[in-house]
Design a protein around this ligand. Structure first.
Ligand code: ZN
Length: 202
């Protein structure tokens, strides 16, 4: 059998409606902005298919790709959308919200003193007792051992060095970091809309 036939055969197998590995619950729709880039890379912008179908009926989104699975109702048979695009462009705010998640994302989920990615905490670079504020510019991701070691001291007093000075990131910068954390699961129809810039470099 030729390789092309094998691939063809495999794709037919994948597209069977009765694939037990793919329950209806696990058919999320990838949500693209009106410019066809993902609304968010990390976490990847996904909606439950029910939400996607509601948005289709409200004329808020266009269907770009579908799963092979269909949903049935008395007056409608419809393929479940796997990729949808908003009709109206959502302009991201230039500066993302100051949240724990976004702070970890800015620091790529790694301790800014040693690179460890486990047991992450937040460190006030200038300690609070010395007037350090809880701001983008004064909080760095630190693993628990580094946080303990540093204690209530400045990095200089503790003889520790930050990989990078904490900054207030832009939305674009966080999106760039988010691209480095591909989700565990990617449906084949999503791939054209994600990561191609990375794959071209590979
Ligand atoms: Zn550390």
């Amino acid at each position: 059998m030729y390789k092309a036939d094998l691939i063809d055969g495999a794709s037919r197998f994948r597209s069977t409606d009765g694939d037990p590995a793919r329950s209806l619950q696990s058919c999320p729709s990838l949500v693209l902005n009106a410019d066809y880039t993902p609304l968010s890379y990390y976490p990847l912008s996904l909606w439950p298919w029910q939400t996607a179908i509601k948005a289709i009926f409200l004329d808020r989104v266009d269907v770009i790709e579908t799963y092979d699975r269909e949903v049935h109702s008395p007056n409608l048979d419809m393929k479940i959308p796997s990729v949808i695009a908003l009709r109206q462009y959502v302009r991201p705010s230039e500066f993302p919200a100051f949240t724990r998640f976004n702070l970890f994302l800015r620091d790529r989920f790694s301790c800014q003193f040693c690179g460890n990615m486990q047991h992450l905490t937040f460190d006030h670079v200038i300690p609070r007792r010395l007037g350090g504020k809880t701001t983008w510019e004064n909080i760095a991701t630190a693993c628990a051992p580094c946080n303990m070691k540093k204690g209530g001291r400045t990095p200089r007093q503790a003889g520790m060095h930050l990989y990078a000075e904490p900054i207030r990131p832009t939305h674009w910068q966080l999106q760039q970091h988010g691209k480095q954390f591909p989700p565990n699961y990617l449906h084949e129809t999503w791939r054209d809309w994600l990561y191609w810039d990375i794959e071209l470099e590979a």
